[in-house]
Write a protein that binds this ligand. Structure first.
Ligand code: TYM
Length: 358
């Protein structure tokens, strides 16, 4: 164990899926043995898009159970709920005052989410041709942005600042995430440096940690889109709580490429994604998988993949179901008590530095 700290979190905003597991949570489980580890259920982030309050409560508890079932050990790692520590919102406010609007305008996740709301369509990809040719096009088309901004909420726009606060509050050295969060971590780094330069050394500049093979699991219904909790079609993802019948049905319906050979290639992006998932859950190499399905077709391969997923998910869900709400709430409470001390101290320092009377 080194004395460096990792921090990461997942939004309880929908069904956590195998992309969240492979891109983030699975890595946390390995890293908790080497680092001082803090994992958060980020409910403040979840409300940046509309949530049903009762559902949000359930999803928050479910997310924590998923951490535990995946192998996060509360004896080694600290897990807690973001809204239990008010310092996250407090530091986010201070960081707001050193964030330029231009920093936030670059964020692709905001653009995607705001555009989905604005256009009332299923995905940003649907209108991608119009807007996503280049990053700058968004800014060039400011006329449209004026109307988009008038409809979208400030919380969604400022979301990356809250994420920076999460990370900086705990002197985080390393942030294990999927690729889609890289841009947000870059902002956290910028804000740490900017604050330190302006007010004196206060925050650690964090580094991202990305596992290349699983950093971007794509949607089962479209290999050009990432697997996403907020996808409108359930055929986009395999949820960690899906039962066997659902897993088999979704894998059967997953899009494939032309041809029938099972080969791992960039020319077959849909199959490549499925093989990536197969590899990650089975430990088999691409070559082994190609060999197993040589001379066989997609149907056999998909059956094999569904078997692998069910074999992982069944015991996973049994573990989840064996944890009671009371148990998990107790663990989260203990976690909050532990991180509170760190958060409070850091916040005091930041407040003093900006000139508040503490
Ligand atoms: P969220 O809830 O969207 O996703 C949680 C984690 O899952 C990863 N992920 C994926 N990885 C691979 N393939 C995919 N298709 C896929 N979809 C999601 C994400 O990269 C992420 O690591 N803003 C964050 C949550 C957050 C956070 C933080 C993370 C808030 N504060 C501080 C780290 C540190 C988010 O919305 O993640």
């Amino acid at each position: 164990m080194n004395n460096q700290r990792i921090f990461s979190g997942v939004q309880p905003s929908g069904s956590l899926h195998i992309g969240n597991y492979l891109g983030a949570i699975k890595n946390w489980v390995e890293l908790q043995n080497k680092f001082d580890a803090i994992f958060c259920v980020v409910d403040l982030h979840a409300i940046t898009v509309p949530q049903n309050p009762e559902e949000l409560k359930k999803k928050t508890i479910e997310a924590a159970k998923i951490y535990l079932a995946a192998g996060i050990d509360p004896e080694k790692s600290t897990i807690f709920i973001q809204s239990h520590i008010s310092e996250h919102a407090e530091l986010a406010w201070i960081l707001n005052t050193i964030t330029k609007t231009g920093d936030l305008l670059k964020m692709t996740q905001f653009k995607d989410k705001a555009l989905i709301d604005f256009k009332e369509v299923d995905s940003a990809e649907e209108i991608g041709r119009e807007y996503s040719k280049s990053q700058n096009l968004y800014l060039e088309e400011f006329k449209n942005w004026k109307s988009i901004f008038s409809k979208s909420y400030a919380g969604l726009f400022n979301y990356p600042i809250l994420m920076a606060a999460d990370i900086l509050l705990y002197d985080t050295d390393v942030v294990p995430v999927g690729e889609d969060q890289l841009q947000h971590i870059e902002l956290a780094r910028t804000l740490a440096r900017r604050f330190n330069k302006k007010f004196g050394e206060t925050f650690v500049v964090p580094e991202p940690y990305i596992q290349k093979e699983t950093m971007r699991i794509m949607g089962l219904d479209d290999p050009a889109k990432k697997m996403s909790k907020s996808a409108t079609s359930e055929y986009n993802y395999i949820s960690l709580t899906d039962d066997e019948e659902t897993v088999r049905r979704k894998i059967k319906k997953a899009v494939t490429d032309s041809g029938s050979e099972i080969i791992y290639s960039d020319e077959k992006p849909a199959l490549k994604n499925l093989i990536n998932i197969y590899t990650s859950f089975s430990g088999k190499t691409f070559q082994e998988i190609e060999k197993t399905y040589q001379g066989k077709g997609y149907a056999d391969f998909k059956n094999g993949l569904a078997d692998i997923l069910v074999k992982f998910l069944k015991p996973f869900q049994e573990k989840m179901n064996a944890i009671s709400d009371e148990q998990v709430l107790g663990i989260l409470q203990k976690g909050a008590e532990k991180v509170y001390l760190i958060a409070q101290e850091k916040m005091k320092d930041a407040k003093k530095k900006v000139g508040f009377i503490v």
